[in-house]
Design a protein around this ligand. Sequence first.
Ligand SMILES: Cc1cc2nc3c(=O)[nH]c(=O)nc-3n(C[C@H](O)[C@H](O)[C@H](O)COP(=O)(O)OP(=O)(O)OC[C@H]3O[C@@H](n4cnc5c(N)ncnc54)[C@H](O)[C@@H]3O)c2cc1C
Length: 428
Amino acid sequence: MIHDPVAVSPWRRPATIPADLVRAPARGAVDLAVIGAGFQGLSAALQAARRGLSVQVIEAASLGEGASGLNGGQVIPGLKFDPEALVAMLGPEQGARLTEFSAGTADAVFDLISNEKLAVPHCRTGWIQAAHTETAMAAAAQRNRQWRAHGADVTLLNQAEIALLTGAKGYKGGWLDRRAGTIDPLAFVFELARLAVDQGVGIVLNQRVTSLRRDDGSWRVTMAGGGEVRAAKVLVATNAYSEALVPGLAQSLVWLHSFQIATAPLPASLDDIILPHGQAVSDSRRILIYFRKSPDNRLVLGGRGPMRVPTGPQDWQHLERALTRLYPVLQGLPIERRWFGRVAVTADFLPHLHEPQPGLLMVAGCQGRGIGLMTALGTPLADYIAGGDPRLLPLPVSPIRPIPLHRFRRVGVAARIAWFRMLDRLER
Ligand SMILES: Cc1cc2nc3c(=O)[nH]c(=O)nc-3n(C[C@H](O)[C@H](O)[C@H](O)COP(=O)(O)OP(=O)(O)OC[C@H]3O[C@@H](n4cnc5c(N)ncnc54)[C@H](O)[C@@H]3O)c2cc1C
């Protein structure tokens, strides 16, 4: 049963996929080679082609098999840190630039969907950060104050309001960010790919890039089958699925598994009770739970899973328990879908942009919030690749810093997750 995660997720490809979307063989010489066809790779490829560059995307798997086709589809602006923390971490200028950029990342997704009339099921009624303790409510109040000062359409929710908006048990209140919303992420991957192909981008699938070599003033990009592309510049958009292609990149990240379940379609009698307005929710627990309704009216709920590859439905049981704790009314409703994917986390919980050699670029580390971020980054990345000023990039270009004792890091993270889960249980 386990696994073709794309096949078991509730997300759907658009009904019509142009035949030439993924058929073309890789071209010999281009301005830009993009490795990885997720939101980062496809968005940057599209924007680079719109700036007149010739672009070849090379993807090791099929479309949507990375995190971009598997995620929860919650399009949330901002980063893990609020504006004041970003300024404290990065200084006034860089912190303000990143705040402003991150504030608009959900707009980048929804504007693309509406301007290009993409066949992507979506709903833009906001994201709720649900507070499970008074301490979390106080943090929500801080967040609300900071984002309101930036003119964001956000508001605090009291206990009665959050109960009405979610139908879930046990939350003290929360924070509603109306800039956010939900999409079908797999449909968005396919539509981004279609747009890119329409713009002249070549996309080749099921071709793993095995080496990158600088030679004679350009990059030689070699694929597992022996094929080769020459490119003036390369974007390595492999993120949580990075392996040995770029020295140190995989070791600068810890990837975690995020697991999800989807129920059978909800009965119509619950339409006005469970998420009646279609908001996305993540909660304030240390090991957070996130949920939403899918376009075909299933409740989709996700959270951390084991660090190893799952072996059977028992590996999703903690999510089933969370589901019935939040929604006792769903006890007995079958769980029809179970899937998982990789999330890349960095040591400082910020995304990182690297250029270890001139013309070799990469962004990694979305901390589970990459739909808006990676889609929006396509524009400044393409500007820079097309010859733009690096000072206009929203993220500083930083050296790749492998995490010390990286091999043991995942064991440490697994232990920390178990400890945090126990603390969360005590606060219930
Ligand atoms: C289960 C889950 C739930 C999530 N939920 C959310 C959410 O609700 N909201 C949100 O904003 N974010 C969420 N995320 C995070 C989000 O999905 C990612 O941040 C985002 O998709 C990253 O996009 P990307 O293009 O950088 O990477 P990916 O989409 O992972 O693409 C990387 C691609 O590189 C390819 N690749 C790797 N190595 C090679 C190679 N050598 N040669 C060629 N190709 C290669 C891979 O096959 C893959 O397709 C979630 C992630 C997961 C896993």
